[in-house]
Ligand binder design. Structure first.
Ligand code: CA2
Length: 143
């Protein structure tokens, strides 16, 4: 049975394409979802966004039982959430930490990811295009 890929998005990413296009581009989250589904071919994608840490943790727990891989853009929780780190540690498959912008070219508060130590790989700075690449990478890692 083909397992779904979970694509989880953290706080404020529901505003993509609307504000700060010079940093985050003009692609909306809904367009990114379409890009992920196209990249996945027939493989199911669970594409979700929440502004609540609690909800993201619940979805990681769900993914532990169901998913072949996780792609997560934790947004600001990247730098604050040991709870997300602890939840991701329990996932047995590949995890890709994804950022639209190159966090290392930005202010110092964006440099220290708490999530990277448990990520299989990190994609940052490729804009919305990073998402379909991450989907293909998860497929490659699980094939
Ligand atoms: O580049 C990324 O994908 C980030 O994860 C985005 C986060 C930021 O805290 C990370 O350092 C890098 C912020 C997401 C804010 O989303 C917005 C969307 C539209 C307009 C303004 C903010």
């Amino acid at each position: 049975m083909i397992k779904p890929i979970y694509v989880l998005n953290g706080p404020n990413l529901n505003r993509l394409g609307v504000r700060e296009p010079e940093i985050y581009g003009r692609t909306t989250l809904s367009e990114i979802e379409t890009m992920c589904r196209e990249a996945a071919g027939g493989q199911p994608i669970e594409f979700r966004q929440s502004n609540r840490e609690y909800e993201l943790i619940e979805w990681i727990h769900e993914a532990i039982d169901r998913a072949g891989g996780i792609i997560i853009n934790p947004a600001a929780f990247t730098f604050t959430s040991i709870a997300l780190l602890d939840a991701l540690k329990m996932f047995p498959g590949p995890i890709i930490e994804l950022h639209i912008s190159n966090i290392h070219r930005r202010e110092a508060i964006y440099h220290e990811s708490l999530v990277s130590p448990v990520a299989t790989a990190v994609i940052a700075g490729l804009g919305a295009q990073g998402y379909p690449l991450a989907v293909r990478a998860i497929q490659h890692l699980t094939s």
